[in-house]
Design a protein around this ligand. Structure first.
Ligand SMILES: O=C(NCCCCCn1ccc2cnccc21)c1cc(-c2ccc(F)cc2)cc(O)c1O
Ligand SMILES: [Mg+2]
Length: 214
């Protein structure tokens, strides 16, 4: 019995999903986490909203803050056009290692680059060290108290352009009240709320989309 939940999730995927089939990996994680052990993946209900917004944006450049086991990374990667650049930031090295193996099993590893570290140290390095200009799409799913400072940091680092789409998870539960206040009261963002539920639970949650107006 692997000692940590994330290793058990990986093992379940390796034994129950189809190698090279991203959707089977997503479905296996959802099955395990709804039937066996809850985990903080965005889940299928919010995941379908994520899919719709990624498809509508059709990003050439995408960033994710909060990789965890790679569930949302696989969902996003399978929707990206060939040649798109997708970076995902994970502070926890154990989770990053699990996500790497999930991406490889799903067959999306060529589309995703995992950056290990905290958002506040990585965001300022993105232009210089990772040859990024601006992001078309950003999925925010890390510590909720970093949502606002990191949004401001992305602005200050010139990583947003007119039309950049920010999509934040958990704005209701656990909640990101200061982020909602910031983007909804800042004239530089057009916001849309997508009510949903906490992954694998009946508790209310929501995604918030904030489009940068430049
Ligand atoms: O905490 C969550 N996510 C954040 C984890 C990332 C922390 C570390 N980290 C990763 C990248 C990174 C970059 N910079 C700094 C730190 C960084 C989360 C929690 C819940 C949740 C928990 C308990 C409960 F009872 C109900 C719900 C549900 C979610 O969907 C979540 O996403
Ligand atoms: Mg989340």
């Amino acid at each position: 019995m692997p000692q940590i939940k994330e290793q058990r999730i990986l093992d379940y995927v390796l034994q129950n999903a189809v190698k090279g089939d991203p959707q089977s990996v997503v479905d296996a994680i959802d099955k395990y986490c709804s039937e066996k052990e809850w985990a903080m993946n965005v889940g299928n209900e919010k995941g379908l909203i994520l899919d719709k917004i990624v498809s509508e944006t059709n990003p050439s450049t995408a960033l994710e803050l909060g990789t965890y086991c790679g569930y949302s990374g696989v969902r996003i990667a399978q929707l990206l056009k060939p040649g798109a650049c997708f970076l995902t930031v994970e502070k926890n090295p154990v989770h990053a290692a699990i996500a790497k193996q999930i991406f490889e099993f799903a067959g999306v590893q060529e589309k995703i680059k995992i950056l290990e570290g905290s958002s506040e140290e990585i965001i300022p390095q993105l232009k210089s060290k990772h040859k990024v200009n601006t992001f078309d799409f950003i999925f925010i799913d890390h510590w909720s108290d970093r949502y606002t400072p990191d949004t401001k940091l992305l602005e200050e680092c010139g990583l947003l352009k007119q039309g950049s789409v920010l999509l934040a998870d958990n704005v209701i539960y656990p909640g990101a009240p200061d982020f909602l206040q910031y983007v909804r009261n800042c004239s530089r963002y057009e916001c849309t709320n997508y009510p949903s539920h906490l992954e694998y639970m009946d508790k209310e949650d929501a995604l918030e989309k904030a489009v940068f107006k430049g």
